[in-house]
Ligand binder design. Sequence first.
Ligand code: BGC
Length: 256
Amino acid sequence: MPTLQNKVAIVTGSSSGIGQSIAIRLAAEGANIVVDYRSHPEGANDTKAKVEAVGGKAILVQADVSKLSDTQNLVDQTYKQLGRCDILVNNAGIEKGADFWDVTEQDYDAVLGVNLKGAFFLTQAFVRRLRDAKLPGRVINISSVHEDMAFPHFSTYCASKGAMRMLTRNLAVELGPLGITINNIAPGAIMTPINTALLGDKPKLDALLKNIPLNRLGKPEDVAGLAAFLAADDAAYITGSTYVVDGGLMVNYHEQ
Ligand code: BGC
């Protein structure tokens, strides 16, 4: 039997990239999928078609996770249309590069709003329902190697991901007694739209590849398999942890 038969999973930001790949993979394992998107309905429809191609069912919900009312509506729609919600993948994320001294309030709010506030309050809405119904659940956050590792000129992004790391540890303690686990996946450089500029900048890309022992960027599928594992029964005793998927990038300090 598929490992996620009869389960329902919300995957935020699943109109592209890692989120889309996770949506398809969870569907292949038997889950019904809530495709959350903010501004790319065509990408969300593409995800839906790909979910259906592996035999799954998907619904689309437009929600900007940085808005509290949208996160509430996302959970409400999930229960209304699919009757339950077992798995939450907080994948939606953005980054904005700038020297620290040039960061604007607008960019700070945008990055922290999606990456941190979004994951925070959507998890809260997800947990409240499970708590009231006394049901177990899984939260999987798509964090980054930069929850731990410096990323010069991306201070807002690092602040959001570092906070996500600590939020996961804190919630593991609070949610454990409810039977809800929470873990982070920390991808390195993955071939997704967030890295479009990097992919078009050969000198930058070559410099980055030198730091990756496996000598390639990751594929969204490299991340999706781990998300499927963390959502399944085999991961029942795992909570409060971060799993790095980066081709060896983080451990690769060496003298030139
Ligand atoms: C960032 C990418 C970056 C990668 C490795 C990711 O979290 O989104 O822009 O290339 O980390 O540094």
